[in-house]
Design a protein around this ligand. Structure first.
Ligand SMILES: NC(=O)c1ccc[n+]([C@@H]2O[C@H](COP(=O)([O-])OP(=O)(O)OC[C@H]3O[C@@H](n4cnc5c(N)ncnc54)[C@H](OP(=O)(O)O)[C@@H]3O)[C@@H](O)[C@H]2O)c1
Length: 356
């Protein structure tokens, strides 16, 4: 496993664009990394805005907005959302945040999941135009910073015309940059053959390590940004769950454990809950004093220089503060890294490695 042992001084904030410089200087604890060839530098701990939209049990907009403010307060300058998160609720909350704050930040949204059925021919100009126009309205924006195809069927990566349509949207000014969100490593490898794909969003965490084998090297070679999603394995890697944990009916950790509604890999990273809990108990023994397991899990992701940022979700300001602090942690010790590798190889790999 190729690991990045220490983030050297070259990763300190230096080429930060003027527009976002105030954030950088205000938050010395947060580090920023280049996102593909966009010229943007984004917070290595960014924010995933699925849970504040829906499918994670009850949320209230006031608390969600406070959580978004806490993220900005901590130096986060990149937010990932989608048109389908709460049917636009998540995008609208981000529009509200933009209205309430002066700082410049980036919003990445996604398109494609509004299709009633996931078929590759649905990814056409008419449908994508309608989805993007709706997102622009929700975000109260004239241009989308980063538009990602939302885990489309694999065939879409064999349809150059879809990427041609995205190029046209960029020329028209509907979007600045585009990327993809994928389920599988093979889709990621295929997607980055398209020269204007700037980012790939993929599940990457202690319980999902295959992207680091080949894909990271290829993405680095092509200067494509990597957004590590589900970094806490749906909260499992926070260490706060137990066999007694209960999840609401409308929480995917209740209704999608076996892939009943969407890819089962999106829930607990595809690891069954009981095994996940038992490995988490072993991981807790590796966490350095003073750090939380969530920070340890996020810090592990940041050891990989190919990763642009992790995008943990959060529903409460305290969670976001906990997560942000991972950027300040020193690099993990060799013993911790070896311990993680051993647990992955022996307990997790057979459950996930062959599938995604
Ligand atoms: N297909 C796609 O493109 C796709 C799919 C999945 C995710 N994503 C993106 O990736 C982002 C991140 O993934 P995710 O939200 O699915 O999973 P995640 O980041 O692994 O887990 C997020 C959840 O963990 C819990 N949590 C977060 N920080 C915590 C802390 N410090 N201590 C304790 N618990 C904590 C919260 O839930 P509770 O408090 O309820 O436990 C939170 O909602 C999403 O928000 C979304 O933007 C994209």
């Amino acid at each position: 496993m190729k690991c990045f042992w220490r983030l050297g001084p070259k990763f300190a904030i230096n080429l930060f664009p003027l527009a976002v410089a105030p954030l950088a200087s205000k938050f010395p604890g947060m580090k920023y990394r280049a996102l593909g060839r966009t010229g943007w530098r984004v917070s290595e701990i960014s924010f995933g805005a699925w849970a504040i939209g829906g499918a994670w049990g009850k949320v209230n907009d006031q608390e969600s907005l406070a959580t978004l403010h806490a993220a900005l307060d901590g130096g986060v300058n990149f937010f990932d959302t989608a048109d389908v998160y709460g049917d636009g609720r998540s995008e609208r909350l981000l529009a509200k945040l933009k209205k309430e704050r002066k700082e410049k930040f980036y919003i990445a949204t996604k398109a494609g999941r509004r299709l009633p059925q996931q078929t590759s021919d649905g990814y056409n100009r008419k449908n994508l135009t309608a989805f993007i126009n709706r997102s622009l309205k929700n975000l109260n924006a004239e241009t989308i910073d980063l538009l990602q195809l939302h885990c489309p069927p694999t065939e879409v990566y064999y349809q150059p015309e879809v990427f041609g349509i995205l190029d046209d949207f960029a020329t028209e000014g509907k979007l600045r940059h585009y990327g993809v969100s994928v389920e599988r490593v093979e889709e990621a490898l295929k997607a980055i053959e398209f020269p204007n794909v700037q980012s790939v969003q993929i599940i990457f965490n202690i319980f999902r390590q295959r992207p680091a084998e080949l894909f990271f090297k290829e993405a680095e070679r092509r200067k494509v940004g990597i957004l590590a999603r589900v970094p806490l394995a749906s909260g499992l890697l926070s260490g706060r769950m137990s066999h007694a944990s209960k999840f609401a009916k409308d929480d995917h950790r209740n209704f999608n454990r076996h892939g009943e509604a969407f890819d089962r890999g999106e829930t607990f990273s595809g690891v069954d809950f009981a095994t996940g809990l038992s490995v988490v108990e072993e991981l807790k023994k590796l966490v350095p004093a003073g750090a939380s397991l969530a920070q340890f899990a996020l810090r592990w992701i940041l050891e990989f220089p190919a990763v642009t940022c992790a995008i943990p979700g959060a529903k409460r300001p305290a969670q976001v503060r906990d997560n942000i602090a991972a950027s300040e942690l020193p690099g993990l010790s060799k013993d911790s890294l070896r311990g993680i590798e051993r647990l992955y190889e022996t307990r997790i790999k057979p459950l996930v490695h062959p599938y995604w």
